[in-house]
Design a protein around this ligand. Structure first.
Ligand code: CO
Length: 151
């Protein structure tokens, strides 16, 4: 009995270990500026990534009320509608519609000198899907957007 319990414990530890090892967190970083630009037009992660850890930095000096930046990910076909809905939601909601299912991932809005990070699962994405990232702050998406590639 003692041996059986011991082997069960070992099996549990082994299973926990392998589940953890199968998780691949892929890191991305993108920086926004005071002249309403992201430093990248494309972000790409490999097809075996299970989680995305994204850091958004604001390299400028202007505050979040004047030159706020966030990072929002949607399907490209949803982007325009989400940007419009974000404008309607206004500054109180960080220019993002609350609880909108079309938003795959989003950071909070930051100002100059700040940074923020999020982690989201790639289970929300399809390999080879057509995705767009943008800043949803009023009027920014036209300049602050790019392509997100999974796999
Ligand atoms: Co912005």
């Amino acid at each position: 009995m003692r041996t059986l319990l011991a082997s069960l414990a070992v099996a549990c530890i082994a299973m926990g270990g392998s589940a953890f090892a199968a998780d691949k967190v892929c890191k991305l970083e993108i920086t926004g500026t005071d002249v309403m630009q992201f430093d990248k037009k494309e972000l790409k992660i490999a097809g075996d990534c299970t989680q995305v850890a994204l850091t958004l930095k604001h390299a400028g000096k202007l505050n979040a009320q004047v030159m706020g930046h966030n990072w929002v990910l949607t399907q490209t076909s949803d982007a325009d509608a989400v940007i419009k809905a974000g404008l309607a939601a206004g500054v109180k909601s960080g220019y993002l519609p609350v609880g909108d299912k079309r938003v795959i991932a989003s950071t909070k809005t930051i100002g100059g000198g700040q940074s923020t990070s999020i982690t989201f699962p790639t289970s929300k994405l399809k390999k080879g899907g057509d995705y767009k990232f943008f800043c949803s702050f009023a009027g920014h998406a036209a300049l602050m957007s790019g392509k997100f590639i999974f796999g």
